[in-house]
Write a protein that binds this ligand. Structure first.
Ligand code: AMP
Ligand code: MG
Length: 404
């Protein structure tokens, strides 16, 4: 049986094909760019004012001061943003200008409105100004031909702004994979149905959909299939042609009605591994089928979620071209003694708590693989490694955080 580390290594070393697709600008948020983003414009496109004030020649106002204002003649026409200056500015003149307006030829700085007073056809300037002061120069942000965002970078809101400013409305990205979910089990009913004895609501389809969504991929629920080998085989074949990764839940153990493994064998899917030396989530299989991936996950609701975190999420991230495949981990101390059997990796659902300067983890309660509340309340998974037995209070342990 594989160790967790080996199993994860096998998932992460799979070769994946990125799904390159054109999307609209806003839909690219959070995805990896699949092209070098090159600007075809200078940004700003022209020299313009950074302030509301008066465009002048710096030499005309040398020595201007509160006590020694310098008087300039005001050109009649002012320059609101969007207007193009009609005349060249001559010495001894100034022109009223607003933020963003192109500065007139002949002027080389802008005196802030606060440092000047209009007096009829004149303006008194109370402060001198250096050449270039309050001027934003053509191309000072971006030059024509610049690579503004490199291929492979994850797109954040600032990148969206840059792409909008250079006029890109459609972007090539690594599109997220479609991850299908097929729940197997004759006991399963839809979530709106009443619970009769012997029936279980199909929560896995929903917790997995949520995890897929949180990972940034597209989820597709294919519903419930009962434990009937022929029906199940037909359904698996159908769904495989429809998604990039197929998640099966349930029916992968060694029970008399557990057909998943047998079916996948018959469909000629290639087993990368089956069973991992961990709890929860031991009876899981990872397979490839043509250019697709299949995870046959255990039915137990906690196992399903833990296996997704450990193996499915990193694969999704890899297909998306995300550089960060794994969640952050921290080291925390056991708040009290924990029992642990040496020889197997256990993932304990824990809450993280800071006490003074120390970070501790506490159990979220009962740890059975069917106790979904243990997962709902968890901040992370404390990793009790195969090499060690009982964990004593204060022992430092690695915790995989479940939230970013
Ligand atoms: P299995 O892996 O098929 O042996 O199922 C293990 C346990 O998980 C059983 O108690 C099932 O009832 C439960 N289970 C299986 N599939 C689901 C599901 N989709 N939602 C909730 N519980 C499930
Ligand atoms: Mg079952």
């Amino acid at each position: 049986m594989l160790s967790v580390k080996e199993a994860r290594g096998k998932v992460l070393s799979c070769s994946v094909k990125h799904k390159i697709k054109k999307v609209s600008l806003l839909d690219s948020l959070g995805l990896a760019l699949a092209e070098n983003m090159v600007s075809e414009d200078f940004i700003p496109a022209y020299d313009n004012s950074a302030m509301d004030g008066f465009a002048v020649k710096a030499v005309d106002i040398v020595g201007a001061d509160k006590n020694y204002p310098i008087k300039l003649k005001l050109i009649k026409q002012d320059l609101p943003a969007g207007k193009i200056p009609e005349n060249k500015l001559e010495s001894g003149y100034c022109v009223q200008i607003m933020t963003g307006a192109p500065i007139s030829e002949g002027s080389d700085c802008v005196v802030m409105k606060e440092d000047a007073i209009k007096e009829g056809k004149d303006v008194l300037i109370f402060r001198e100004c250096k050449q270039g002061e309050n001027v934003r120069y053509k191309g000072e942000d971006i030059k024509k031909g610049d690579i503004v965002i490199k291929k492979g970078k994850k797109i954040f809101p600032g990148d969206i702004g840059v792409m909008a400013s250079i006029g890109r409305s459609e972007i090539l990205v690594n599109f997220p994979p479609t991850v299908g979910i097929l729940a197997t089990g004759s006991e399963l009913v839809e979530i709106h149905e009443k619970l009769e004895t012997g029936k279980v609501r199909d929560s896995n389809s929903y917790s997995l959909s949520a995890q897929i969504k949180e990972a940034g991929a597209c989820s597709k629920r294919y519903g419930i299939v009962r434990d009937d080998k022929e029906i199940l085989k037909k359904k698996i074949r159908e769904t495989l042609s429809d998604c990039d990764i197929l998640l099966l839940t349930g029916g992968v153990s060694v029970g008399d009605y557990d057909f998943v493994k047998e079916i996948l064998d018959e469909l000629d899917a290639e087993f990368v591994f089956w069973r991992v030396n961990q709890r929860p989530g031991k009876p899981m299989a990872f397979l490839t089928y043509k250019d697709k991936f299949i995870f046959a996950l255990p039915g137990n609701p906690v196992s399903v979620m833990v296996c997704f975190e450990l193996y499915v999420r990193p694969l999704i991230k890899k297909i998306m071209g995300d550089k960060k495949l794994l969640r952050d981990t921290i080291t925390a101390r056991a708040f009290y003694d924990f029992k642990h059997k040496e020889g197997r990796t256990d993932f304990i659902r824990v809450k993280i708590e800071k006490v003074e300067d120390e970070t501790y983890f506490k159990s979220t309660g009962m740890q059975g693989s069917g106790i979904l509340m243990s997962m709902a309340e968890a901040d992370g998974l404390a990793v009790f490694p195969e090499e060690i037995g009982n964990i004593e209070k204060n022992t430092e342990i690695e915790v995989y955080l479940l939230k970013d």
